[in-house]
Design a protein around this ligand. Structure first.
Ligand code: PLP
Length: 411
């Protein structure tokens, strides 16, 4: 089976392009396919993430075929595709073990349980992630302690020193929007302080080096991710044989490896990936390289198209270690609401991920750790944030229209 490419190597190439002509010349296959795809209908409005275009025609066709085989086989829960994709993912990251899970959230819970996080412990998390990050911490009875971010949108490594206490059991950085900025430094600081690191890479599948900067790596393959299945699924990976054994146990009722239905070692979840989802993931993995290249191209095109607006907006700072799950922008000038209204009138949907920061929630476990004054810098950054559409099956024509709308707004 073909090896999956590392996304950072694609970024190195796309971001060395000085003009669109360079990109067209180097990625003729992608440009050709886009022009050839009759599903790219540029006549209508530009939705942020149109659900009917989550999968290309070809992906849908192949998934229908494979799902039909699974239906005939009766292997709905455990089954052959699970082992296949676990080995593919393990080998891509050069990990000791990959455990395919029923969601990215469960992957996080399994990872936290594997390093022994429980009631009374604290876990440092960024304050701007999807709720799953802090919820997984609370699901094991621990307290999420929110860390400030900077304009990379990732948590600041220095926050570990400020926030750590004798109860700090783990740090859970998130590669938000696909960017790995600060992840190495976060691991270095945590490692020196003897604190375990779980990376929430739900938005960042495809950067191989991440596995070297954590104890466990957590992925999501829900349908909205860069590589999404036809339902919920995820994975947890580790380089450690000991953590691998524990993670496997916690992923399925506490049974030791190879001892299903024999006496459990400890309690465990019912969180293995279904064979149905594994089958669709095996199809999506075949298309991953092309889709990842496409995202990198779209990102590089945004930089080229919007270069002259640099005094009005700032574009993401991490170009190499980035899977471009979302394309975040910081507004330097102008007003977000008026920009959103202007774009909407022109048929372009902009969005903000995520609209509110975690410390504004009312989780009883986190209250007392969330004094708002300490987050004013993060709040300032967050108040200037918005996202442009970017997905696997967006056309370059649509992207040109988005650029035109931004230029017209700022002129
Ligand atoms: C940063 C982050 N962490 C965790 C998750 C949880 O993944 P899932 O939806 O597969 O449970 C998501 C995705 O929704 C996410 O974006």
């Amino acid at each position: 089976m073909k090896k999956i490419d590392d996304v950072s190597t694609v970024n190195e190439l796309v971001f060395s392009a000085l003009t669109e002509n360079d990109l067209q010349e180097w990625f003729q296959d992608i440009y050709y396919r886009i022009n050839d795809e009759h599903e790219y209908d540029d006549s209508g409005n530009i939705a942020f993430l149109p659900l009917s275009r989550l999968n290309s025609r070809q992906e849908r066709l192949e998934c229908r075929d494979i799902l039909s085989d699974v239906i005939d086989s009766g292997f709905f829960t455990s089954g052959p595709y699970i082992g296949e994709i676990e080995e593919r993912l393990r080998s891509f990251y050069d990990a000791h073990t990959c455990i395919a899970t029923s969601s990215g959230t469960d992957a996080l819970i399994i990872a936290l349980k594997s390093i022994g996080v429980g009631p009374g412990d604290e876990v440092i998390v960024p304050l701007n992630s999807f709720a799953a990050t802090e919820n997984s911490v609370m699901a094991v009875g621990a307290v999420p302690v929110f860390a400030n971010i900077d304009t990379s949108f990732n948590m600041l490594p220095d926050e570990i020193e400020r926030l750590r206490t004798p109860r700090t059991k783990a740090v859970l950085p998130v590669c938000l929007y696909g960017s790995c900025q600060h992840i190495r430094a976060t691991y270095r600081v945590a490692h020196e302080a003897n604190i375990s690191v779980i990376i929430d890479a739900a938005q960042c599948f495809g950067i191989r080096s991440l596995i070297n900067h954590c104890d466990l790596l957590s992925l999501s393959f829900n349908p909205y991710k860069n590589i999404g299945t036809f339902g919920k699924s995820g994975a947890v990976l580790t380089r450690s044989a000991v953590l691998a054994r524990l993670a496997r146990q916690y992923s399925y009722h506490g049974f030791a490896e190879g001892k299903k239905n024999k006496k459990a070692q400890d309690w465990g979840l019912n969180s293995r990936m279904d064979n149905m989802q594994a089958a669709t993931l095996s199809v999506k993995l075949r298309h991953f390289d092309n889709n990842a290249k496409k995202r990198c191209l779209l990102a590089a095109r945004y930089y080229l198209l919007l270069a002259d607006l640099c005094h009005k907006i700032s574009l993401p700072s991490e170009k190499n270690e980035n899977t471009w799950h979302l394309f975040p922008i910081l507004l330097r000038e102008g007003d977000r609401a008026s920009l959103f209204g202007f774009a909407s009138e022109r048929g372009v949907e902009l969005d903000i991920y995520y609209p509110s920061l975690s410390h504004s929630g009312e989780h009883p476990l986190a209250i007392g750790y969330s004094c708002p004054e300490q987050f004013s810098a993060s709040e300032r950054i967050h108040s200037a944030l918005f996202h442009l559409p970017l997905h696997n099956h967006m056309s370059f024509q649509e992207q040109n229209s988005i650029s035109e709308v931004l230029h017209d707004y700022f002129q």
